[in-house]
Write a protein that binds this ligand. Structure first.
Ligand SMILES: NC(=O)c1ccc[n+]([C@@H]2O[C@H](COP(=O)([O-])OP(=O)(O)OC[C@H]3O[C@@H](n4cnc5c(N)ncnc54)[C@H](OP(=O)(O)O)[C@@H]3O)[C@@H](O)[C@H]2O)c1
Length: 281
């Protein structure tokens, strides 16, 4: 069977109809790999469930058990702080053939496995909010039993962006900080960019557009010349004793790199801290 036939042969259930679940649904359905009839979804708040099931024209389940009964793949999209409370009472309902995908930040593969002892095929998948525009980085770690399924699962996840297989733990945390929190960090820089332009006689709308285009251009050029190291691309836009050189010298004197490194480490430490509080197993 081809990867797309494999995808089509699996029923996909979502527990939790929140922001990320909806972004994933949008990516899956728009890709054409997944049909509406393959999907079922549940949610704690019934009104949201009704809205999501109407918007996406997919089947709504009255209970989380109903999702588990229907599905070959169960995607758990509840917040990390709700994870234990949601899954512990229904853990017995999963069977060992089902593929379980946990989206919860900070909850390790091992914790999910302990919480659902019947399960063997578990993935921890970490997309970013950019899944909704199919520009996400999607890191995943999987148990050994998932290995025979990885080709078509990769294909399914790639409907949201670029897929990066990782080991759970340090590698997953690095991608979480660099890519998921990373979007927040880049926005922090973009805010300063826009503000500086506005303070220097550029109207707010133009300042925003210039900021967006500058970040987009840097990323697009780096993507275009994907074999060229970033430091070399940077050298190409700097002339000796020129304007860009003056700004870069100042950034280095002010130790922007050090400030960013410390911030990344703090974010990684927070992920580690939170992880140990969510699932008491
Ligand atoms: N958003 C992101 O960019 C992002 C990125 C990476 C990872 N994640 C992870 O993805 C997960 C979801 O995040 P989110 O931003 O999509 O959160 P969210 O919008 O709050 O969605 C969570 C959904 O889970 C539902 N829920 C909670 N307990 C439930 C239960 N017992 N049974 C059924 N549904 C239940 C909530 O229902 P109510 O309507 O009642 O609140 C809510 O709709 C989190 O674990 C987060 O760590 C998110």
């Amino acid at each position: 069977m081809t990867a797309s036939e494999q995808i089509r042969s699996h029923r996909i259930g979502f527990i939790g109809a929140g922001n990320l679940a909806q972004s994933i649904l949008r990516a899956f359905l728009d890709s054409g790999f997944v049909d509406r009839e393959q999907i079922v979804i549940s949610n704690r708040n019934e009104r949201k469930l009704e809205r999501v099931s109407r918007d996406f024209q997919i089947r709504a389940a009255k209970t989380n058990e109903e999702v588990i009964d229907f599905s070959d793949i169960v995607i758990i999209g509840v917040k990390p702080q709700d994870f234990y409370q949601c899954i512990e009472p229904i853990a017995h309902a999963f069977n060992s053939d089902q593929i379980i995908i946990s989206l919860a930040a900070g909850i390790s593969l091992q914790s999910v496995q302990k919480l659902i002892p019947n399960s063997q095929k578990i993935l921890r998948v970490m997309p970013t909010t950019a899944a909704k525009i199919k520009e996400s980085v999607i890191a995943y770690a999987a148990t050994a039993a998932v290995k025979p399924h990885l080709q078509w699962i990769n294909e399914l996840l790639s409907t949201m962006g670029i897929v990066v297989p990782v080991e759970d733990g340090e590698m997953m945390r690095s991608i979480l900080v660099g890519a998921s929190s990373g979007i927040g960090f880049v926005y922090e820089l973009m805010i300063y960019w826009q503000e500086w332009l506005e303070e220097h006689d550029i109207d707010a709308k133009t300042a925003r557009n210039v900021t967006i285009q500058t970040f987009r251009a840097a990323a697009a050029m780096a993507g275009h010349e994907s074999e060229t190291p970033l430091s070399e691309l940077q050298r190409k836009v700097v002339s000796l004793k020129g304007v860009t050189a003056a700004g870069l010298d100042s950034m280095r004197e002010l130790e922007i790199e050090r400030a960013l490194r410390i911030s990344f480490e703090k974010a990684a430490m927070r992920d580690q801290e939170l992880g140990s509080t969510f699932v008491p197993v």
